[in-house]
Write a protein that binds this ligand. Sequence first.
Ligand SMILES: [Zn+2]
Length: 308
Amino acid sequence: MEENSAYLAFLDIWHEAMWYLFLGAAALTVIMVVSYWIRYAAAGSHKAKFDLANEKEIKTYLNANYVIAAGIVFIVNTAYQETISLSLIWVFIRVFIGLCFGTLHGYIAYLIFKYYYPGPLDKKLKKLRYTPRINPSNGNTMKLLSEDEEDAYLDEGMQAEEDAFSVDYDVWIDEATGETKIEKYKGHLAAHECDRCGFQTLKLQKEEILKQPTDNQDGEILKEYKCSYCGRVKRKTMNLTTNVDKERDLSTGKLISDPLSHDNRLDMIKIEIHGTNGETKLFEFQNLHQAQNFLKEFDFEKLHQESY
Ligand SMILES: [Zn+2]
């Protein structure tokens, strides 16, 4: 009898704790999501909204769902209090069931935000990026220049970055006054920032294996980077493990461009690249020249790592 009352007292504390933890999780979820929405609404321009959504939207929603998953674990642990009071074993069973539901929610959220949500988000980002800009000084609607037209407004370093596909610049022009607005976006391929000129034009030029790795010792590889703008050459020696070496072998095969000729009727080119591990990547280009250069530059290792 005394044992039972101790158990009931424990249950009271347990249920109260679980209830407050649940409230905490619910409040945290609301704070996370609402503060993101406020930041989004307060972002001053389409470009600022683009950057925020691109960087934070998936992370925010995914983290909020992980907190919800924890909240589910807590709330399940307040259920069926009368049954639970019969025997301690039910507490463990309920904890287990709670963890199952929480994990299920977290896993489904992960799948949704990893595989489904990037599609709708991409549509939203495209809309933010291509909504005509307004010239703040006179209210005129600005026009987005095509890749061919924009070169005249970009300096050489910016053009070098565009040629390396590391940065994509959008140039908006007010046709009445000639005022321009340049916006910077991440390009399709990653390049390092050059420590001399500061542009993202430092690319891997060649690799040389200095020491072959053996089963029990790492090898050494020399990587030579060259800046396509200022010509700076940077050498870096790195450890080479057998594993990395094998991966390298698979991924060094560069794609070969198709020698198609220019055609003015061409509006857009889409290149879809399928990796052997099932990943697909879709790239869009305004002209053939760009698409061909992209194929020349393409290397799986240069793709931007997705951060979510
Ligand atoms: Zn440079």
